[in-house]
Ligand binder design. Structure first.
Ligand SMILES: Nc1nc2c(ncn2[C@@H]2O[C@H](COP(=O)(O)OP(=O)(O)OP(=O)(O)O)[C@@H](O)[C@H]2O)c(=O)[nH]1
Length: 646
């Protein structure tokens, strides 16, 4: 990567704000601009916008198309009037779309020669359609609004190509992989396309709640959004849509990895392989429909399942692969001739050694895909070298071709037994070497694709294991308090019941309920009620013994399971829990909330038939505690309320 440090007066030092005011950033014109002006006014009305839209036939038909997609139109009949479509889409979505469409129309070409404008819009459109489809599928956001976000998700690239056509052109030529783009931009221009995208999205009226996830979609894990939150879901949706767009425009030999990733991303939405294929095919079909309307190119791709099953590129295409070949030949003239032949067949990475020993050291260093070795050599001959290579872990998968003057069957068999894959008789003829090299290239290709598959499978397996662990965690944990939930609690109780059946040790349970919790919600709101639940959960967990289990059963109800505890010990423990809540008010921001809990206790007795009965008895004791005034602990033993404390 080359970095330049521009002089302070160079244009790319100009901050985005300044570029914005100087009108250098891509911005809409005509009707879209008029719509933006109207939307800026507090008294803007939707019928006024509809009238302006009607003056632009292209915008009208595009908005009608969008309003009529199955996801958007739930009326059962198609919209024919522009005013209806505008009404359906709403003021803010119409503004965003008008801006997006206006940019597509204006920037079909531009000053940056290395920037492929048609490719850019084709990709943007596919991402827009993918965002729309994923939004309908997951119901995370409005499909139309997300369409606009997708259309402009990489608008910063267009902006950089517009503002710095020469510098950006050089940078694009240097950039081999999209994932390096932002880093290259930072190095050369001290900014990146995401910063420009953010500025343009803000100008286009896209709310920050959407713009932020859009600008992080290239590296969703680094966005720092809380897991499960709406921005977290949105940034993943945009990332997913981006991968669909990348796949749609990728060259055939790069598609495989992206297709595998789409299966994985689809799996996260709960889609199986067939459903992923159907979703992508729907998106590709809609992309083509839209491409006619927006006059941007869209490729005609085979069905997704066909692409997923397509074989890896053919051996002939592998000439473009960086293939490392090691030639081992002691005789200098032959070495020069064969080296030249190998270079013409496999490319420039041909390394030479004069005997087996030298070759072994060089092989370890350059890890060749193919080894072409002479047989008769001083120091270490070809057979010894081949045996030594095969004895190492790293040398086993190299393809070895032996050059031999001997054509006798016994010698050939001996060579194969030493681990040679093929042989060519000397003097080496180009045609024969070329045929052997083709087979070798094919072998290397198969090996590499097998290794890629294996790496992918490993990644799938580890992602699956992580998802399973997370699912298990979520299935057994109460997400608000972080305590085990009812399901986990009943499992723990079942195990404790079995353990105490064997050991005959004590088992007691406490049902705990926060007093007059509804009043807390009513007075301070649900969010504060949630904080109170979390704090009570923490106090119970912090006060209970380490071996006791504290569970949130649901609502404002908790269960504590005390193994090895008799009734007296359980009552003392319950009293400690009660005081831990009552004696210190709970602070939520400025608010100070006094609360208390009621506790019902029961312990396992010889007559207790099962764990459900144990819980039911604790529930009755809790009811008794509530009835007798709350903020107290009550015990039931042998069917009788034995009283309590508080
Ligand atoms: N904030 C919040 N409230 C919840 C949650 N789960 C249940 N609630 C509320 O908890 C309240 C429980 O009220 P009630 O069952 O009437 O009991 P209470 O007001 O605690 O009165 P007593 O139990 O008789 O002392 C209801 O208003 C529920 O809506 C939750 O997860 N968060």
């Amino acid at each position: 990567m080359t970095t330049s440090s521009p002089e302070p007066d160079q244009p790319h030092r100009m901050p985005i704000e300044q570029l914005r005011f100087s009108g250098q950033l891509p911005s809409p014109k005509g009707v879209a601009l008029a719509i933006m002006e109207i939307c800026r006014r507090d008294d803007a009305r939707i019928d006024e916008i509809a009238r302006v839209v009607q003056t632009d036939p292209a915008l009208s038909s595009r908005l009608l198309q969008l309003a009529n997609t199955a996801a958007a139109n739930t009326t059962g009949r198609p919209f024919v009037a522009v005013s209806e479509a505008v009404m359906r889409l709403g003021m803010s979505t119409v503004r965003q779309l008008a801006v997006g469409f206006s940019l597509v129309d204006q920037y079909q070409s531009g000053p940056c020669e290395a920037f492929d404008y048609a490719h850019f819009w084709s990709h943007a459109l596919l991402m827009a359609v993918a965002c729309q489809a994923l939004a309908s599928q997951s119901r995370i956001g409005s499909p139309d609004e997300l369409f606009a976000c997708g259309l402009m998700a990489r608008i910063g690239c267009l902006a950089l190509a517009t503002v710095h056509p020469v510098d950006y052109g050089c940078l694009l030529e240097e950039c081999e992989d999209d994932s390096q783009l932002a880093a290259l931009e930072q190095a050369r221009l001290q900014t990146d396309h995401n910063a420009f995208t953010a500025a343009i999205l803000a100008d286009s009226g896209i709310p920050k709640a959407l713009a932020e996830p859009v600008c992080h979609h290239e590296a969703p894990d680094q966005a720092g959004f809380a897991e499960g939150s709406r921005p977290y879901q949105l940034v993943r949706l945009f990332h997913h849509a981006r991968r669909i767009a990348d796949m749609g425009l990728a060259p055939e030999d790069k598609r495989g990895g992206l297709i595998a990733e789409l299966f994985l991303l689809g799996g996260r939405l709960g889609l199986d392989g067939t459903e992923v294929g159907e979703l992508v095919d729907r998106i590709l079909a809609r992309w083509r429909e839209w491409s006619e309307l927006l006059k941007v190119p869209a490729r005609r791709l085979p069905p997704f399942t066909t692409m997923a099953e397509a074989p890896a590129p053919k051996a002939a295409e592998l000439k473009t692969m960086a293939m490392r070949v090691l030639l081992v030949e002691d005789e200098p003239t032959s070495r020069v001739i064969i080296e030249a032949q190998l270079r013409s067949l496999a490319g420039p990475d041909v390394y030479c050694a004069a005997n087996g020993e030298e070759a072994l050291a060089l092989a370890l260093k350059v890890m060749p895909h193919i080894v072409v070795t002479d047989w008769m050599m001083p120091v270490m001959n070809g057979l010894e070298f081949c045996r030594a290579l095969r004895a190492t872990e790293w040398g086993q998968s190299m393809y070895v071709i032996m050059l031999t003057g001997m054509d006798a069957e016994d010698e050939i068999v001996e060579a194969f037994e030493a681990g040679v894959d093929d042989y060519v008789t000397k003097p080496v003829k180009m045609r024969a070497l070329s045929a052997r090299m083709r087979a070798a290239l094919h072998y290397v290709q198969l090996l590499e694709s097998w290794e890629r598959d294996r790496a992918q499978l490993k990644q799938f397996a580890s992602e699956l294991a992580i998802s399973n662990r997370k699912l298990e965690h979520y299935a057994l944990t109460d997400l608000l308090t972080g305590l085990p939930n009812r399901r986990a609690g009943m499992e723990i109780l079942g195990q404790a019941w079995s353990a105490t059946s064997r050991s005959r040790q004590g088992l007691a349970v406490m049902m705990i309920d926060i007093d007059r919790f509804k009043a807390i919600n009513d007075t301070h709101g649900h969010a504060v009620g949630d904080r109170v639940l979390v704090e009570v959960g923490q106090r119970l967990r912090g006060t209970a013994r380490k071996d006791d289990h504290v569970i949130r059963m649901g609502g404002e109800e908790f269960l504590v399971i005390c193994q090895n505890g008799d009734l007296r010990a359980a009552l003392q423990a319950a009293e400690r829990l009660r005081l831990s809540v009552r004696d210190a008010p709970i602070r939520v921001g400025e608010r100070v909330i006094n609360t208390s809990i009621s506790v019902g206790i029961s312990s396992r007795e010889p007559s207790t038939p099962n764990e459900d009965n144990l819980i039911a008895t604790a529930d009755q004791a809790l009811y008794a505690a509530k009835r007798s005034g709350r903020d107290r602990c009550c015990v039931i033993s042998n069917g009788r309320i034995l009283g309590g404390t508080g």
